[in-house]
Design a protein around this ligand. Sequence first.
Ligand SMILES: [Mg+2]
Length: 328
Amino acid sequence: MTVADLTERELVARIQQQLAPPPSWLTVGIGDDAAVVENERNRVEVLTVDALIDGVHFDRRFTPPTAIGHRALAVNLSDLAAMGATPRLALLSLALPATLTCEEFDGVISGIATEAMAHRLTVAGGNLTRTPGPLTIDITAIGTAKRRGVLTRSGARPGDLIYVSGAIGAAAAGLDMLRTGAATPSEACVFRYLRPSARVRLGQMLGRNRAASACIDLSDGLADGVSRIADASGVGMTVDADALPIEPEARRWFEDQGLDPVVAALGGGDDYELLFTVRPRQRGRLRAAFQQGGVPLTKIGVCTPDTRCVLRTAAGDVPFPSGFSHFR
Ligand SMILES: [Mg+2]
């Protein structure tokens, strides 16, 4: 049975079955023409939208339906985390090819619903459509933050320290392993690609304590994140190659492929870690983020007054390798 055998109402009912019961602030939820939401007092809203398209952002040949759903929501949660926001609700827009089986459809929804529950995010509504094209999952996510707790890319100043959460390179290596059908893929790397963990708690802590002067989430590689914060803030950045927290199993994979692990990790996408800057005098504010952010933090460099981004290596300073681009 495929989604073409069901009516839109039946598909919506299948979605609702998997979602948590709606909270009281959702005055009108799924099933009406639009959702109605009670505002949170003294908080601003943070809005983001991101689409995942089969063949562009994922490949159904090696991405299970639940992982597709998980990723589709996680990339949006990661954008909210980068802004210091607490996730609140989401709208789903799904374009379904007639060949999608009901089992696959349920899997995608299960991935979304599980990730939503993990972050106490409510699916408030959405839209379903048939498509002659590829499976497309477009999610709008809305979070809230205290006005002064919003993080942007533009607040870095010369002298600010640069930090990154978790480890980089694992997802890019994992995707490589899946694509090339590696005989013994690293479970850690593959998992990191299929089920990225948006650093929601860390983003909240950085915003709440006003610990970070600028922040971005890494969707297209650390090199891309560095240049975006530098551009938006009007600073340069010097990053220490030896300090980069490259996932050890990813490093091994890149080396086995004859690649420079630093270049591969800097250019590889899908890390969904947070890259942020901190005023040296406010490093004490990082303590709560360290303790409650649920992920290690690594200092990787410093912001500079000129606007160049350089990588400091044993052989000297080199210009930053460029990040991944969908439009190249
Ligand atoms: Mg982003």
